[in-house]
Design a protein around this ligand. Structure first.
Ligand code: HEM
Length: 494
């Protein structure tokens, strides 16, 4: 991160967070009073001047390094306190079970995800009550389960082939931008269905870009209902996108032809009381899927590429794997073939370990809970605390991951299996437990379809320096362009 220019912006963010948090704490003060009969101590606290020192370290050295320092000094559970706001970090799998597995009555996203409501709509997710949300969570898992994902691989492969057919014999591209565009095409085709892809693609592309671009800008995240231009643009794009989707949903309902896609599965989903989702809910669910899945997958495709193109050993291993698979299956790409791309799978997983798009997952504790560290210390964490699980740091703990700074996909192979040896919550790029990402299977499938095609058809070289992370983005992405040269080159089967 460019520390000098970024410090001012981070300071502004910190200030905005403090103001927002103070406002929310003030509003919710009655519910955050701690009452406990436990005799366990609370976690060590960083407060007063030390908080300013921590904030300074965060601004100048970054999140990972700051957490390393706090972890070394205070152990795996500690609270950073400022202006009455208490942020408790849980470092490592030993203390993370409640964070991921606790019920929503005990620990939940609270109002942390409020900024998503104007984007995805008040009819879904955090705009609704817990029972409706639980049912909708079940719908996500159902429509994204591997058997349904498998049926989308044909259209997805077609999109990928068509996209790269437009590249010339050789050239130079910004891989990040290419993947952004490709993933929106894949999402349009595989999530929403053929109507968008065939008739309304450019309208959809523009509106979705407007919705996310304005909805995810930092000021809107902290003050989602402020009277800003960005909020107005976000709301206008949301309304127009809704109208577009609503035409599709209505035309689906009025014909007897049943499509086999995610949209159709959502239309057919039933709540526990047997009722179907309303049109607005179906639309909200579609936008949620696009919102949660498109950008994360394109970023991860880019990081995977940046690592493969700077690590000759891993690149050779994935190319050899493709060649071997081609000798068995020719050009066929289906779920079974993709499942056999283990080396490519580990390369993507390793890119995600080093660059999780959500570097810190956050919850609100509604009831006190206790944790026991690896060293045997026990703490009680009071309700009202905001709880952070720092995925970025947890996936870099040297006791779990050997040489964590090294890109080493072999660490996930059967001989080492570092993520499982370390315990259940050692690898949380896709979260875990109750809120585990339902799109994990789809994410791997789409990234593998893209990268297997590139490895089989092109020779690629990274021309720009290895990208830094852009910490200014809510979903952290590679900073700037990722410039790559390509030359068509058909891979032979081994
Ligand atoms: C590399 C790609 C991806 C990564 C790293 C990723 C990561 C995550 C994480 C960390 C969460 C949970 C956040 C939390 O616990 O607070 C999440 C939730 C979610 N993801 Fe993904 N995701 C990816 C791709 C996808 C895809 C492709 C889809 C679907 C199209 C998807 C749909 C969702 C949904 C719907 C949720 C919310 C689930 C709920 O709480 O009801 N994700 N994702």
């Amino acid at each position: 991160m460019d520390m000098t220019t970024s410090a001012t912006i981070w300071f502004a963010i910190a200030l905005a967070s403090v103001i927002t948090v103070i406002t929310k704490v003030a509003i919710g003060r009655r519910t955050t009073t701690v009452a406990s009969d436990s005799h366990l101590p609370h976690p060590p606290v960083v407060n007063g001047v030390s908080t300013i020192v921590v904030l300074y370290a965060f601004l100048t050295k970054g999140l990972r390094s700051t957490l390393r320092g706090l972890h070394a000094k205070l152990g795996s559970v500690f609270t950073v306190s400022f202006f009455g706001f208490k942020l408790t970090f849980l470092v490592g799998p030993e203390v993370s079970a409640h964070f991921y597995q606790g019920s929503d009555l005990e620990i939940s996203h609270g109002n942390i995800l409020e900024f998503t409501v104007p984007i995805i709509g008040k009819e879904v997710g955090y705009g609704t009550d817990a029972a409706t949300r639980n049912d909708q969570h079940r719908f996500f898992h159902d429509v994204l389960k591997p058997s349904k994902v498998a049926s989308r691989i044909g259209p997805m492969t077609e999109e990928v082939q068509d996209y790269f057919a437009k590249w010339g014999e050789e050239g130079v591209v910004d891989l990040k931008q290419e993947f952004e565009q490709l993933l929106i095409l894949i999402s349009g085709r595989c999530l929403i269905g053929k109507e968008v892809r065939q008739k309304m693609y450019s309208e959809f592309f523009t509106l979705f870009g407007e919705l996310i671009g304005n909805g995810m800008c930092l000021i809107n995240v902290f003050l989602p209902y402020a009277p800003t231009l960005a909020c107005r643009r976000r709301d206008m794009a949301r309304a127009n996108l809704s109208e577009l989707f609503s035409k599709i949903v209505r035309s689906r309902k009025s014909t007897s032809v049943v499509e086999k896609d995610v949209l159709q599965s959502l239309i057919d989903s039933k709540y526990r009381d047997g009722k179907s989702m309303t049109e607005a809910q179906v639309i909200g669910m579609m936008i949620s899927l696009l919102f949660a899945g498109k950008h994360t997958s394109s970023i991860t495709s880019t990081w995977t590429g940046a690592h493969l193109l700077t690590d000759a050993r891993s690149l050779k291993a994935v190319v050899d794997e493709q060649s071997e698979i081609m000798s068995k299956y020719g050009d066929l790409i289906d779920y079974n073939v993709l499942q056999q791309m283990n080396i490519l799978h580990f390369c993507i997983k390793e890119a995600l370990r080093m660059h999780p798009p959500s570097p810190v997952l956050v919850r609100k504790a509604h009831k006190n809970f206790s944790v026991r560290t690896k060293e045997g210390s026990e703490y009680e964490i009071p309700r009202g605390h905001t709880i952070a699980s720092p995925t970025l740091y947890n996936s870099n703990i040297p006791d779990i991951y050997r040489d964590p700074k090294m890109y080493d996909p072999d660490r996930f192979g059967p001989a080492r299996a570092e993520d499982t040896v370390g315990g259940k919550f050692s690898y949380t790029a896709f979260s875990g437990g109750r809120h585990a990402c339902p799109g994990e299977a789809l994410a791997y499938v789409q990234i593998k379809v893209i990268w297997s095609h590139l490895l089989r058809n092109f020779e690629l070289k990274l021309l720009s320096p290895f990208p830094e992370s852009d910490w200014w983005k809510i979903i952290v992405e590679p900073k700037g362009k990722v410039v790559v040269s390509y030359k068509r080159q058909q891979l032979c089967s081994s």
